[in-house]
Design a protein around this ligand. Sequence first.
Ligand code: ADP
Ligand code: MG
Length: 221
Amino acid sequence: WEKEMAKLDRLNLVGEMAAGIAHEIRNPMTTIRGFLQMAKKNKTMADEYIDIMLEELNRANGIITEFLSLAKNKATNFQTMSLNDIIASMEPLIQAEAMLSGMHLHVNYGSIAELAVDDKEIRQLLLNMAINGLEAMQPGGAFTISTYMEGAAVVLKLEDQGSGIKAEYLEKLGTPFFTTKEKGTGLGLAVCYSIAARHQADIELQSSDQGTVFAIKFKGA
Ligand code: ADP
Ligand code: MG
């Protein structure tokens, strides 16, 4: 059942991320096509343009690699690292997704302790929650990711300026297939809660019509 759920969520993730990825890949392709058309016309190409083309190709390749690593099925693999590094690796993807809908992403990297985490799972949690936050907001809204210490616990806080979660829905939150969206799967949060549980982290939630805050609290060593 868990495996089925993870599979469905990955499909959901693939769909939800496709627009962001398409945008990130189309930009370098447009640049490269422009340079190639110019080179064909001029029968020559300056070295600096070749360098730009290689850079753009490397960037696009990196984005695809990142995307595939999210979609791959892997056993839980805990390693000691900083959540900040995981967030930094996701920032361009979430940034692209936010930009597509005219929203802003802010990241406050706090000074935090390292933790034993499965970085692939934390990435998925981050992405599922970021997508929910972005889906809840109007253009111009801001999504803010912060890390900080609370005693010995490391906190990952995800804050949106969306429409909030109605009180009557709160108890259903995280139940598989609970969705209020026409095309929702209702699996994103269920996966987040199971990832948090595997990391022995608690998820605290505050929501009003001004927005929603998820605080994921990882117990200290
Ligand atoms: P889906 O996004 O496919 O609907 P999720 O499991 O990700 O499924 O979320 C379940 C439900 O929880 C959403 O349909 C929505 O009603 C609510 N929800 C989750 N995150 C937020 C948020 N940041 N702001 C408002 N509502 C949210
Ligand atoms: Mg969702």
